[in-house]
Design a protein around this ligand. Structure first.
Ligand SMILES: C[S@@+](CC[C@H](N)C(=O)[O-])C[C@H]1O[C@@H](n2cnc3c(N)ncnc32)[C@H](O)[C@@H]1O
Length: 539
């Protein structure tokens, strides 16, 4: 966020259905984006001052990024609550930060000169800060509610406003927030119920929509170019990975998203795909791809490959069992050191009750794995580490990415804390980084059910395959682990792009396929079958 703001293709993530976001007028935008840099700088200098986080939260919401505003407002809340207790190291640091700031302001701001006597002794200063904290706390809760509204998190808004009324019974405003939230929730419930009754929406989707908010996945305007697209060196490295795993395929630039029909030039954009390097016969293996980050609902499977553990293999450091010496070594080399001895029971016990591969509790365990992997490449920014650097999100997307406060703000911040990352002082794991990681995972992970246990995984080479509604490749994995075998569905010629299908069943008609694919593609499917079936008005 301390990088200069890229004005060119800035779009907001806010998608509030009750008060749609409007991009600020240029002058206001310039002022807020400059404030954003100032607040970011203030946070870098004094990360434990809750007020700086609150100010930046407000600024981020006004700029159209409520999911980030909520991250900052939640950090402000944690700091306020800790400093009210003062018993923890965090509380002491936060209280001290506020005391220092208050004293300095009274010493240097001419408008406060007349009030200097109010902070002239330590006891007076502390009394003043305690009063400021009460005021700050109310502002933080109000900001959280604003953020929840702007991120469409109607259900969380209702819960938080009800909590606010209990926590601040004297406050005159919070009861009206509850009324607002209830009326919004009912309105949403009625609209969705009508869609279910009309057969336009499944009951399952209705419940997810009712209880979750959503934001547009966007490239944040302060992101460096190499966070938005991958360098050529990545392509070279990925070609080498293919050459180890496959005798008949490689990765190269794909023209799948080049919608300009007259342009015959190879794609210059950052869109890659898998290609046959020789002819491939039906059922022949294209490649075998082991998972780098796979999780299941069972705590009893191998942490590395999600396989069954027939004979327990242990490392020297702790009693976590693996299914093989390869897996125990991979764990040590790539992620285990970051989690060893730490308690993530709150995540794994939630995941154990997952019924579907899309359960958000599985996503949280996957996020933990990905963070643990990135921490073992400490010299790189998390978004540049070997797994995350390869994954692309879909930014040009009219479809919202699910967002809710417990799963996407509270849990990730707790996970980072358990991993030993100071979420206040370590900007490398700021909320925009976490949210970008989520968008990348969302676009590249796949569901897996092993021996009846639902799970989710990212397989590094599989994630390079584009989609076609008439695929020439399919993939399978047994119950034994998350390793995927990709195989040809028909004769494939040398040089042909290799496509899998992201959706099932492929018997769906054109419109149904587009709807199912939108979350992944963010545009109409550009495969040959869809191009041929596209209704003439849209061609
Ligand atoms: C799993 S990734 C595939 C590899 C990706 N092309 C890359 O460069 O890393 C999925 C993304 O590829 C693009 N894509 C794949 N199939 C597509 C299709 N049929 N039409 C348009 N875009 C497609 C979309 O941007 C999608 O979000």
């Amino acid at each position: 966020m301390d990088n200069p703001w890229r004005d060119d293709d800035f779009s907001a993530s806010s998608a509030c259905e009750v008060a749609p976001y409007e991009i600020l007028e240029p002058e206001r935008l310039a002022a807020e984006s400059s404030d954003l840099q100032t607040f970011t700088q203030n946070i870098a200098e004094q990360p434990y001052d809750p007020e700086s986080w609150l100010l930046r939260a407000r600024c981020l919401r006004l700029l159209g990024f409520p999911e980030l505003a909520l991250g900052d407002a939640y950090k402000a809340r944690l700091l306020v609550e800790a400093s009210q207790e003062k018993s923890t190291p965090l509380g002491k640091k936060a209280f001290l930060a506020l005391c220092d700031k208050t004293r300095l302001l009274h010493e240097t701001d001419p408008r406060l000169a007349a009030w200097k006597h109010l902070v002239s002794t330590t006891a007076l200063l502390e009394k003043r800060v305690v009063a400021e904290l009460q005021e700050l706390e109310l502002q933080v809760w109000s900001e959280l509610m604003e953020g929840l509204m702007a991120s469409n998190a109607c259900s969380d808004y209702l819960t938080l406003s009800q909590e606010a009324v209990l926590r601040f019974p004297q406050d005159a405003v919070f009861p009206s927030e509850v009324l607002n939230a209830k009326s919004w929730f009912k309105q949403r419930d009625d609209i969705l119920r009508e869609q279910v009754n009309a057969g336009e929406m499944s009951e399952e989707k209705m419940q997810a929509t009712l209880h979750n908010g959503g934001v547009y996945p966007v490239a944040y305007p302060w992101m460096r170019e190499d966070f938005v697209s991958r360098e050529d060196s990545f392509l070279d490295g990925c070609k080498k990975e293919f050459s180890v795993r496959s005798t008949n395929s490689t990765v190269s630039r794909s023209a799948i998203r080049d919608v300009d029909e007259d342009d015959d030039a190879p794609s210059s954009g950052d869109v890659l795909g898998a290609f046959a390097t020789k002819s491939i016969a039906p059922a022949d293996t294209v490649l075998v791809d082991s998972t780098v980050a796979g999780v299941t609902s069972s705590a009893e499977r191998c942490p590395t490959c999600c396989g069954r553990i027939m004979e327990e293999i242990l490392n020297d450091c702790c009693s976590v069992p693996y299914c093989s010496t390869d897996c125990s070594k991979t764990a040590l080399d790539t992620f285990h050191a970051s989690v060893c001895g730490k308690d993530f029971g709150f995540l794994t016990s939630a995941a154990e009750s997952a019924q579907l591969t899309t359960d958000l509790s599985l996503d949280s365990v996957l996020l933990l794995r990905v963070l643990a992997l990135s921490m073992q490449e400490p010299t790189l920014h998390p978004l540049k580490t070997s797994l995350l650097n390869r994954l692309t999100p879909t930014y040009k997307n009219d479809e919202l990415i699910i967002f809710n406060f417990p799963d996407h703000i509270v849990t990730p911040i707790r996970v980072l804390g358990e991993l030993g990352i100071d979420v206040f002082a370590n900007a490398a794991y700021d909320t925009w980084v976490l949210h970008t990681i989520r968008c990348r995972l969302q676009n590249n992970k796949h569901g897996q059910t092993l021996d009846g246990f639902p799970g989710t995984a990212v397989n590094p080479l599989y994630s390079m395959f584009n989609h076609s509604c008439a695929p020439n490749v399919d993939w399978e994995h047994g119950d034994s682990n998350s390793t995927l075998r990709m195989f040809a569905l028909r004769d494939v010629e040398e040089g042909e792009e290799l496509f899998i299908s992201y959706i099932r069943p492929l018997t769906m008609d054109y419109a149904e396929r587009q709807e199912s694919l939108l979350p992944w593609l963010g545009m109409e499917c550009e495969c040959e079958r869809c191009k041929a079936e596209r209704p003439p008005t849209e061609a």
